[in-house]
Design a protein around this ligand. Sequence first.
Ligand SMILES: Nc1nc2c(c(=O)[nH]1)N[C@H]1C(S)=C(S)[C@@H](COP(=O)(O)O)O[C@H]1N2
Ligand SMILES: [Mo]
Length: 455
Amino acid sequence: MIVSRRKFFVLAGGGALLAQDRGPGSANPDMIVRSTRPEDLEMGLAGFSDYITPADHFFVRTHVYVPNVNLSEWKLKVEGAVETPLTLSLDDLRKLPAAEMIAVTECAGNGRTFFNPPVAGTQWAVGAVGNARWRGARLADVLKRSGMKASGVEVLFDGADDPLGKMADFRRSITVKKALDPNTLLAYEMNGQPIPMKHGFPLRVIPPGWASDSWVKWVTSITVLDKPWDGFWMKNAYRKPDHPVAPGTTLTPEQMVPVTSLNVKSVIAAPLDGAVVAPGTAVTIRGVAWSGDLGPVTSVDVSTDAGRSWKAAALHRDQRTQFGWRQWEFAWTPDREQYYTIMARARDAAGTVQPLAQEWNQSGYGWNVVPRIGVDVRAGAALAPAANPQTAAPLPEGFANVCHVCHEQDVIRQQRLTRAGWDREITKMTNWGAQVKPEDRERFLDYLSASFGPR
Ligand SMILES: Nc1nc2c(c(=O)[nH]1)N[C@H]1C(S)=C(S)[C@@H](COP(=O)(O)O)O[C@H]1N2
Ligand SMILES: [Mo]
């Protein structure tokens, strides 16, 4: 039997029962469910056909549960190294000059599933990314009103979500430089509507060009710091090597730097990998491309011969924004019966291009290798559907009681870890409050490494 989460919160000493059930019932059927509880949803490839990603196609990532936010009680606090600490209502923020911007937000772990050796974490493929129109107050205006002191070096955000078990509360900081950038917003609208609950209602940090982990949702407090924040989510999580390391190399947090800007990247939305078309068919190869601080994207080249030669794709003319993605397309009429390998390579305003091979990192961050699909050109012939049987050994005794308190089996099933990798995961989970009995540990480890080992 699964211990109810309510009971778990009491067991974990969490006090108030703030988390609420948000079942998979609300999920759009086009979304790929990476985890049902907490809910992690990935946008399918079809989503890249939209310039602006509608909220119900937008990927969802929550470390814990979507909080209950009651607007009548909601307040934003601004404190720390400031002359005048502030407490603001949403109306106060709406009275400040409004700024609007189209910007991509992409999870640092988007593409994690492609890393080899495999790494632990949500196994996102291509769709932990979306492009939306954000509207709100400039963070710089709020900081100016608070009389931010010159000693400030970072600005720390906290949201209304509460941690599970003994996890550290999700809090992230950005540099003062990024905080004062006039493009950085405290947004109250997404695509012309109040920000939906899942995406951070009523207020979210928008540091455009940066990976989503810095886009704190449900913001309730802003603290100006005169030294860098050393909480778990800055010091341990979201760090990457500042230089390429050999695949499999594990570094300590001190040897790494925080994840900030996104990397230049393109996605091929159509045709689908493995498509079969007849010779002489007019095919539109299309997709989107974006970059980070070094953006915007200035060109996308397409190869239909596995990278031997490249030709420029057409970028959508009306989508020249600093931080949004840009749709591109390339007309192609294959004449020969053969298998074609198609690739796309974006370049940004700084001249940065996508790499042909991805350098490895232990957290699976920043995947931006040139995407590749195959198209089979031959007369007739339909594709045989690929069989993908899920083999599942029965859960070991006691496993669900311990592990399924905070999440479902789906998040486990997608991992491909060695025994050492699973051992590290169990340690991480017990540190976060999972009650794995010492006598159960080996059994759990046997099961996990036998069922969800590297491919
Ligand atoms: N308060 C809070 N903000 C958060 C998170 C979180 O767990 N809590 N997750 C972050 C991460 S890792 C990602 S990828 C994005 C996901 O944003 P979305 O669900 O709107 O797509 O939110 C970020 N902001
Ligand atoms: Mo993320």
